[in-house]
Design a protein around this ligand. Structure first.
Ligand code: F6R
Length: 247
């Protein structure tokens, strides 16, 4: 794993967006796997600025979202379709048919999961998967204990994940209880992975990953078995010795 330690979140975002732009220069029809949540917002902002400044044509890029809440319509402000539209498609005026997101309103969620896997395959797979990590080590919405061979599936969100995401809603009661997420094996099929981690609350997940072992209780550790992973991590996402003393 290529580990890049940076001082600030801004530096993390600048480094990540540069890496995405470099990939796009090599392959304009890049299939970019996109994460949502707080961590990558700065990366999308930097990416948008860079594309505008350098007048890059990114209209052939396709994006594949990692996950979507069950029960939220596309135009709901907290749907992940809306997120990626707001952070990438709207500012860059990109064609929305290039945005692939699971349909959380599907009447047949199982069929939707299969359709999504097939859609990814028909794009030729993900070239570069951008990932954040949950404080419990989840990637996508693959919570601890998720089988490593999982494909796109429906998950019941854990209380800790719902609480962590409640900050985006008016009330925890509004946070959906289910989501569709691409599976761990789907993520592992991506050709390259770019993982971002920032903030002290992520330190246990970062520590488990850097331990080098694969542990089903820390889904992010599966990345130790992937041949092309770059982790961009801010200094505050390492567990401090002081905290270890208290452990
Ligand atoms: C969202 C996703 C999640 C987040 C994780 C961290 O698409 O895949 O795994 O990356 O929950 O969220 P933040 O960045 O908000 O701390």
């Amino acid at each position: 794993m290529n580990v890049v330690t940076v001082k600030t979140k801004e530096e993390m975002s600048a480094t990540a967006s540069k890496l995405i732009v470099d990939k796009l220069r090599q392959k304009p029809e890049l299939v970019l796997g996109v994460a949502t949540g707080g961590t990558p917002i700065g990366t999308y902002e930097e990416f948008v600025d860079r594309v505008k400044q350098e007048e890059l044509d990114v209209s052939s890029m396709r994006t594949v979202n990692l996950d979507e809440y069950v029960g939220l319509p596309r135009d709901h402000e907290e749907s992940y379709w809306h997120y990626i539209y707001t952070h990438l498609y709207k500012p860059l005026k990109l064609p929305v048919e290039n945005a692939f997101v699971p349909d959380g309103l599907s009447r047949d969620l199982e069929a939707e999961c299969n359709r999504y896997e097939e859609a990814i395959e028909s794009l030729g797979g993900v070239d570069l998967q951008l990932l954040g990590v949950g404080r419990n080590g989840h990637i996508g919405f693959n919570e601890p204990g998720t089988p490593m061979d999982s494909r796109t599936h429906v998950v019941e969100l854990t209380e800790s994940t719902r609480q962590a995401n409640a900050r985006f809603f008016n009330d925890i009661e509004e946070v959906p209880t289910q989501a569709i997420t691409v599976g761990i094996s789907t993520i592992m099929k991506s050709r390259s992975i770019l993982l971002l981690a920032s903030g002290q609350e992520k330190c246990a997940a970062v520590e488990a990953l850097l331990d080098g072992k694969v542990d089903i209780e820390w889904p992010v550790t599966i990345l130790n078995g992937h041949p092309d992973v770059t982790l961009i991590v801010t200094e505050d996402a390492y567990c401090s010795d002081k905290e270890d003393d208290h452990a």
